[in-house]
Design a protein around this ligand. Structure first.
Ligand code: MN3
Length: 203
């Protein structure tokens, strides 16, 4: 299998302003995400790990070096993160995803409240998630670069929406105000992509 590569962003660094500033986007993509990709490739080479897919690596992290869990998770999580945002995002989902959100959480607002709470109560570095677990939507959070595809994860399933709450994701613009970052981030959400991931994961 070819080495993992940094995916190009489907929009410009300036495109998520004012919610996420261009400097944060550029450093986050070209430095942080690139480092996860480089370190993942190095760990695979050093440890001579057979790679079927990134998802398969995630499902096996308990048996692999910590560098694969941390950097493979970092690569997977950031690739998802870029894709679930877009310029002029936000609004509300439609179709099957909207129905599932309403039947599970009663409303989009209640989902947001739960998700914001997961983002705010994640101590230190980590992620807030909307996961499809056994065909049910669940809000959860993870430490570091863990995600629900990992065999070590408490909640297992397919992530459909994720929010990076590491300080590197918001500190330049928001400093300690994680709550403002989380609130504004909803204006970037690409619900079409979340719906696409949801329908692919639905069984
Ligand atoms: Mn990050």
């Amino acid at each position: 299998m070819a080495k993992f590569e940094l995916p190009a962003l489907p929009y410009a660094y300036t495109d998520l302003e004012p919610h996420i500033d261009a400097a944060t986007m550029e450093i986050h993509h070209t430095k942080h995400h690139q480092a996860y990709v480089n370190n993942l490739n190095a760990a695979i080479e050093t440890n001579k790990i057979e790679v079927e897919s990134l998802e398969a690596l995630m499902g096996n992290v308990s048996k692999l070096p910590a560098a694969v869990r941390n950097n493979g998770g970092g690569h997977y999580n950031h690739s998802l993160f870029w894709s679930v945002m877009k310029p002029n995002g936000g609004g509300a989902p439609e179709g099957q995803l909207a129905d599932a959100i309403n039947s599970t959480f009663n409303s989009l607002d209640e989902l947001k409240t739960k998700f914001n709470n997961a983002a705010m109560t994640r101590f230190g570095s980590g992620w807030a998630w909307l996961v499809l677990s056994d065909n049910k939507l669940v809000v959860t959070s993870s430490p570091n670069q863990d995600n629900s595809l990992m065999d070590i994860s408490e909640v297992k399933g397919t992530p459909v929406l994720g929010l990076d709450v590491w300080e590197h994701a918001y500190y330049l613009k928001y400093q300690n105000k994680r709550n403002e970052y989380v609130a504004n981030w909803w204006n970037t959400v690409n619900w079409e992509e979340v719906a696409r991931r949801f329908s692919l994961a639905l069984k």
